[in-house]
Design a protein around this ligand. Structure first.
Ligand code: XUL
Ligand code: MN
Length: 344
């Protein structure tokens, strides 16, 4: 069974280029303007942080939040777009400085949970049942500051409360080993899936695997995807690329390691990714050096590379591959893959 691919990205993927050492270098585009570009770039789905859909939501009542999200749904309809997921932004508010669900301060944990419930309301209003949890500040800079066992219990407690708040909603945990924290509590796919099994509804907990995050953990993205697929848990992907153990680069898909990208496309395709409605998310950022007028090409380029790699993967001669594997002739296999990637 082959995959069925539709593409999605979030408004943060069209970015002004600010980094920790310098200010924005490109003009800011309103979310409404970004929405007009999706289709041109070949994308049909939108990923949301909760306050992308409802700005300044902390100042609004739950009813106002739902009403505004309803208007956003209409805007999406007007553009022929749909929402893939909503992710609660739990890393900017002063109450999330020391973590959200794992904060040592009960009032901060309460804030995180209430905010997450509003994110669920927004997802419902936008017509998606998927929440992505990037557990940005659930970790430590110094080990003694928190208790790692208690942290897991608090994560489970928070997720259980969300599962009980809405009996339909599903959660895709997006693991990342570091940045902004020195050490995150849920660094890999295995951790995320295991965390799900501690909750009251493991069948509603899956993962969103981001290539760069996996590389930062020293692992291979296609193998992490295989692990999640074997568990029926791969509910979203954030494809991109990453040049080694540095800051999270969100490079264009395939820009650093084409073969690593190829293997991600291949495993998604081989196991029918997308046939149950999963989207291919491209969590890519333009380089800071990119000029304004071309600072969306990283998105269409990533999609183009995905589709090209798909074509290559599908064009491989399965009998030839099986024979090489059967003979344990991995040198021949290696050359066959490299030559195929070279277009020979
Ligand atoms: C952070 C990251 C986020 C999540 C969504 O590294 O990837 O953009 O994908 O919250
Ligand atoms: Mn991501």
């Amino acid at each position: 069974m082959t995959g069925e691919f539709r593409f999605t990205f979030g408004p943060w993927n069209i970015h002004e280029g600010a980094d920790p050492f310098g200010p924005p270098v490109r003009k800011s585009r309103a979310f409404s303007e970004k929405l007009t570009i999706y289709k041109e770039l070949g994308f049909d789905g939108v990923q949301f942080h909760d306050d992308d859909a409802v700005p300044e939501m902390n100042d609004l009542s739950p009813e106002q939040i739902i009403a505004q999200a309803g208007q956003m749904r209409e805007t999406l309809d007007d553009h022929g777009l749909v929402a893939e997921f909503v992710a609660p932004r739990l890393w900017e508010d002063p109450r999330t400085i020391d973590g959200a669900y794992t904060s040592n301060d009960p009032e901060c944990r309460h804030y995180a949970l209430e905010r997450s419930k509003r994110a669920i309301d927004i997802a419902n209003a936008l017509g998606t049942d998927l929440i992505v949890l990037w557990l940005a500040r659930e970790g430590t800079y110094l080990r003694e500051a928190k208790d790692s066992r208690v942290a897991v219990e608090r994560l489970v407690e928070a997720i259980n409360a969300m599962l009980e708040y809405d009996p339909q909603v599903r959660f895709a945990i997006e693991p990342k080993p570091n940045e902004p924290m020195d050490q995150a509590y849920i660094p890999t796919t295995g951790h995320a899936i295991a965390l799900g099994f501690l909750t009251v509804a493991p069948e509603r907990i899956g993962v969103n695997i981001e290539s760069a995050h996996v590389v930062l953990a020293g692992l291979d993205p296609s193998d992490e995807m295989g692990f999640a697929l074997a568990h029926g848990k791969l509910w979203s992907v954030h494809l991109n690329d990453q040049n080694g153990l540095k800051f999270d680069q969100d490079r264009s898909f395939g820009a650093v390691d084409l073969r690593r990208a190829f293997n991600q496309v291949r495993i998604l395709d081989r196991y029918g990714y997308g046939r149950s409605g999963e989207w291919v998310g491209l969590d890519v950022k333009a380089l800071r050096t990119q000029k304004d007028d071309v600072a969306t090409r990283h998105l269409s380029n990533s999609r183009t590379v995905f589709l090209k790699l798909l074509e290559i993967s599908r064009s491989l001669d399965d009998e030839k591959l099986e024979a090489m594997i059967g003979e344990r002739d991995y040198e021949a296999l290696d050359l066959y893959i490299v030559q195929s990637l070279l277009g020979e």
